[in-house]
Design a protein around this ligand. Structure first.
Ligand code: 1HN
Length: 359
């Protein structure tokens, strides 16, 4: 007598029992996970979002009255993307937070393998040091703390100093390559002259024979005044890019690469009334409004922004930006990592009439 084929429910029960027996052996069926593991296109959990400086600032001031830099080590309110609550992420790969230092305060020296950027939001008299060299910061300055360099911060001014921190810490942790050291257990780096890096590497000259493979720029303060001047220079002699307006990236002067090995950074100027064409790319991006006002349409959602606001365009979300007054936007993303791995992609949507003109 022939046995009948197992019924569908029979097979489901056998599969379920099989999964249960396989699990304690560290075995899991790919066929239940494949679609999620390999999406047809990027499916970021990050959401388009905005932090308005006017709304956030009072929380920073209040935090200053509740906890000192001595106790906190770094007095920072993290900018957490609502799509990934509790993960200390602003995009899938990047960390961001707002740090406040009050006059006379000091944030002690430490170092870690994660690299950081600072984008100064407010205040003068704030300083940070990198391996014993100080730089004083102004609003709009882009400052780099390379991987494994000793750093500390202070404020010699008369009002609060606030900056956005951006770190590659989630990339480092993904690779389980995170180390940290506190100054208390180690000798302090030799003190160096304030401005030494800029006078050696920031004058369109390089020490003869300098190492051109340095992963991170030897410059660690890119002043806003220079970035602004460069962008305005572009507007006079260069055609605008329909997707970006006018845009320049921060460069490592020894090799022309991005300024930080893991975080791409740039500055973008949109003239008053300029509206960019739709654009998307695989690098989820953090924008800081350095100047001006406008709005962005991100994945169909309208986001108004003004000076000091921080907003996010997730990976592969279609976005356009429109300036109601001349605007300068600072941008940061993991593009540099994606480029190095051959993963980065962009999609520039062009208006239908231009499209026809080329076809
Ligand atoms: C850090 O070292 C700083 O040095 C700021 O100011 C934020 C967030 C995560 C990990 C280390 C700083 C940080 C951080």
């Amino acid at each position: 007598m022939q046995e009948s084929a197992p019924s569908a429910t029979d097979r489901q029960q056998k599969l379920a029992a099989f999964y249960e027996r396989a699990d304690p052996h560290g075995l899991s069926p790919l066929w239940l996970a494949l679609a999620r593991l390999v999406p047809a296109q990027p499916e970021s959990p990050a959401r388009a979002s905005i932090w308005r400086y006017d709304e956030v600032r009072p929380f920073l001031i209040e935090a200053s009255s509740l906890i000192g830099t001595e106790e906190a080590e770094r007095r920072v309110l993290m900018l957490e993307n609502a799509g990934m609550p509790g993960e200390a992420k602003i995009t899938r790969s990047l960390y961001a937070g707002l740090q406040i230092i009050q006059p006379g305060e000091y944030a002690r020296r430490h170092r870690h393998t994660a690299a950081a950027l600072r984008f100064v939001m407010e205040g003068t008299g704030g300083w940070t040091s990198v391996d014993g060299e100080r730089t004083y910061m102004e609003p709009g300055d882009f400052v780099v703390t390379p991987s494994w360099t000793w750093h500390e911060h202070g404020n010699e001014g008369s009002g609060p100093v606030v900056w956005m921190d951006g770190l590659d810490v989630h990339i480092v942790n993904l690779l389980d390559a995170g180390f940290r050291q506190d100054q208390s257990e180690h000798a302090a780096p030799a003190e160096r002259t304030t401005g030494a890096s800029n006078s050696t590497f920031g004058m369109n000259m390089l020490p003869v024979g300098c190492d051109r493979n340095r992963a991170t720029s030897p410059l660690f303060n890119y002043p806003y005044a220079k970035a602004r001047e460069a962008l305005h220079g572009l507007t006079r002699d260069t055609a605008d890019d329909p997707h970006f307006g006018f845009r320049l990236r921060y460069a490592n002067p020894v090799n022309g690469d991005w300024a930080i090995a893991t975080i791409a950074t740039w500055m973008q100027l949109l003239p008053k009334g300029f509206k960019t064409q739709n654009y998307r790319s695989t690098d989820g991006t953090v924008f800081v409004v350095a100047e001006g006002a406008g709005r962005s349409i991100v994945g169909g959602q309208s986001i108004d922004w003004t000076k000091g606001d921080i907003f996010v365009v997730p990976s592969w979300s279609m976005a356009s930006h429109e300036a109601s007054e001349e605007a300068v936007l600072f941008g940061a993303s993991d593009r540099v990592v994606q480029e190095k791995l051959g993963l980065w992609r962009e999609h520039r949507q062009i208006p239908i009439d231009e499209h026809l003109a080329y076809s």
